[in-house]
Ligand binder design. Sequence first.
Ligand code: SAH
Ligand code: SF4
Ligand code: F3S
Length: 468
Amino acid sequence: MNSTSVESITTSEPAAKKVYIKTFGCQMNEYDSDKMVDVLHTAQGYQQTDDPEQADLILFNTCSVREKAQEKVFSDLGRVQHLKAKGVLIGVGGCVASQEGAAIVKRAPYVDVVFGPQTLHRLPELLDARRAERRAQVDISFPEIEKFDHLPPARVQGASAFVSIMEGCSKYCSYCVVPYTRGEEVSRPLDDVLAEVAHLASQGVKEVTLLGQNVNGWRAPFTKAAALNDTDPPLGDFALLLELVAQVPGIERIRYTTSHPNEFTQRLIDAYGRIPQLVSHVHLPVQHGSDRILMAMKRGYTALQYKSTVRKLRAVRPDLALASDFIVGFPGETDADFDALMRLVHDCQFDHSFSFIYSPRPGTPAANLEDETPQDVKLKRLQTLQAQLEANMKRFSQALVGTRQRVLVEGHARKPAHELMGRTMCNRIVNFEGPQRLAGQFVDVAITQAYAHSLRGDVVLSAEATAA
Ligand code: SAH
Ligand code: SF4
Ligand code: F3S
């Protein structure tokens, strides 16, 4: 053996362990999955793989918001069980884990670790304990916001990034599991959020999406130094946070999701007049249009109050695209209630939205309500609602044809791969031809065609570029 080959043997690193993560549910879960990869990479050198067959560790980041989502986990777990034979570890995190805890190990004894949304930073220790003690580890506690203090700095991919600004939810809508799975609402401190945004911006991020179940419920004490003027309330609110995020150099677009109609304050509406980086696209779930149902859902507003908020917002931003969430078939929903919902949909002109049939969740107050509506009636209502929402969306897309849209280029289009893909301010996907070097940049695109879920267009060369 010559010296070169000895050297190549001694310096060669053992192959990095690989983690495969399958994510269900909302953007909070998407964010958490990225954090799991960061934590595992920093502590134990794991690399992410998109092939479960290659993985040493398989994680499911689960959602329990509807029964269907919850059941999916167990069928998926069954599908990877055979990989245990070659020593693969299997973990379940997220909201099903939070709700079911040790019951998951009971139902699927081959699961090695169960962890909740607030304990994902403890994954490396849980895996070590699993190996040392040779038994499944379960930690679904809610150590207040500790998670953020234990996460490595975010790794940046592309020009757009998520920033979690709060955890949990304290609204307790009568149908919803989230307060039970994610715990009470806790805001992340102002300085932490701003430091994370600045860190992202320094790495080329131009668009941030602030994340939380009700981001406009964000509250934090702020230092005098951060106060903008004397009229700011004694406690920092979401409008102030937006203002401060907008001042971070390099941040050109600000999105957030989700917001709650109850806390959509005048200060927040006014912020749309002052902050040009705030996109004209708001996801403001209404859930229903009948006051009786809204009350039973414990949403805390009427259809009229919701419409009034939307009207005020559109007065400041006439081009606002409004997205929403809807639940049909809530216990006791009559034809008249459903008509009220359809009237609201007509009045508010929602853009791309999400709609669901009510799914009773164990442990929530609504699960005990008498529900006499037959399933086929619920399905019919969902179809009627979705057809209307789809028609609205088509109309909005069609209206964009012939306009020029500023698009943040994300990278390759899915099909055909030589094309580029980006998003308009109103969150529409646009495909167009252009050089790869435009990835991560803003470009103006003239929209030429509208499809069901995307647009097509041509890059518009700026006057300087044409002159050069
Ligand atoms: N915090 C957000 C949404 C969280 S859950 C909000 O309050 O608006 C995402 C969506 O799932 C909800 O907006 C609601 O439309 C839907 N959802 C929640 N619980 C549900 C249930 N039990 N059955 C059907 N849909 C549900
Ligand atoms: Fe669930 Fe209501 Fe909280 Fe939204 S606000 S997460 S629907 S309890
Ligand atoms: Fe689902 Fe939990 Fe999000 S229940 S929607 S993953 S907060």
